[in-house]
Design a protein around this ligand. Sequence first.
Ligand code: NAP
Ligand code: FE
Length: 363
Amino acid sequence: MKLYMPTLVYNEPGCVVAHGKEICALGTKAMIVTGKHSSRINGSFQDVIHILERENMPYVVYDDIEENPSVETATKAAKMAVEEKVDFFVAVGGGSPMDASKAISLLAKNPEYIENAQTFFYGGPKLDWYPIVAIPTTSGTGSEVTPYSILTLHDSHTKASIGHRIFPNIALVDAGYLRTVSYAGMVSTCVDALAHLVESYLNTNATFYSRLYAKEGLQIWGRVKDKLADENAFAQMTGEDYSLFMQASVMGGIAIAHTGTSLPHGLSYPVTYELHVPHGKAVGMFLPAFLKNYADMDGVNTVLNLLGFDGIESFEQYMKMILGPVIIPEALWERDVESLLNAPAKMANYPFEMTAEILKSFY
Ligand code: NAP
Ligand code: FE
């Protein structure tokens, strides 16, 4: 049994500004990796600029990370990092900029692979990367504490985790940055965190340690779940509620760092690629069926109890209510099921036998 969490995590208000010196000790020139808009609106971008300038740290900005970042985007940013002689990365945003920064850092450190980035990401030698600071502004992916970098592969019309395990060096977690997330954005990202907790708890690789994090996270998520019930409840969110969702997301990240995710995540990738359904919603739509079909009902009941649901039906109702419908065309669904059944790594995380027939009933 292994407990491995090499990321130094600070989870407190104002932690970016408070830990500026530690960030700047990681290198001599930084690249800020972020999305197009949101980090400038929620204040996280300004906080990073403030500490870099205060510490006289040179930096460049790559602010063109799209949702579900692609191999091409990571390659483009890595080229810029090499040209600019960057030697550490500060990722600011949701899972997209954080995941992208891991791939960018790896490629920038090994520029001889830039022309064959996809092959390097998905099967190349395990080489070193530059230090990474991750500053999450959504309470969903937990990417700040996971070794995963999930990129979009346009040639295979899906998304997949690169073959390298890259933990950020420092995670600076400040729930204050969540204040600008819309209701739909909070629902989707928080459901992603919920899925991490559930899929990690009910997982072949689950251990005493991973379950400690998953259980605590499920209980915390359950305490605040009513705040996502509708827009009115959401409007009543307090600072404490945001902190709890953020805490649950970090717990979920630490849990999946040890176990990986399972079938709902595996099924979600083609749905997101083809139908542009946000990651958390695409995963969450499969959670009720995942629980219903799970062979160990004691495990399922523990999950439901920790979340504060009195049974699978009320869980299903709640999920339908907050997520709304998703229509998957039949041909896409067939391809989705088929490709998951042929993905040994994902299937291995599911502890029981899974047939095409059962998997098809997930939607
Ligand atoms: P995201 O794709 O990073 O961001 C979604 C949208 O939310 C973007 O438009 C973004 O704006 C906006 N946004 C981010 N923070 C905001 C804030 N504080 N206020 C208002 N808007 C905000 O969303 P995500 O769900 O966090 O990340 C999803 C990605 O993470 C997927 O690619 C998924 O596969 C991956 N993922 C990774 C792991 C892992 O372990 N590494 C686990 C699960 C999922 P901008 O466009 O300005 O950025
Ligand atoms: Fe996820």
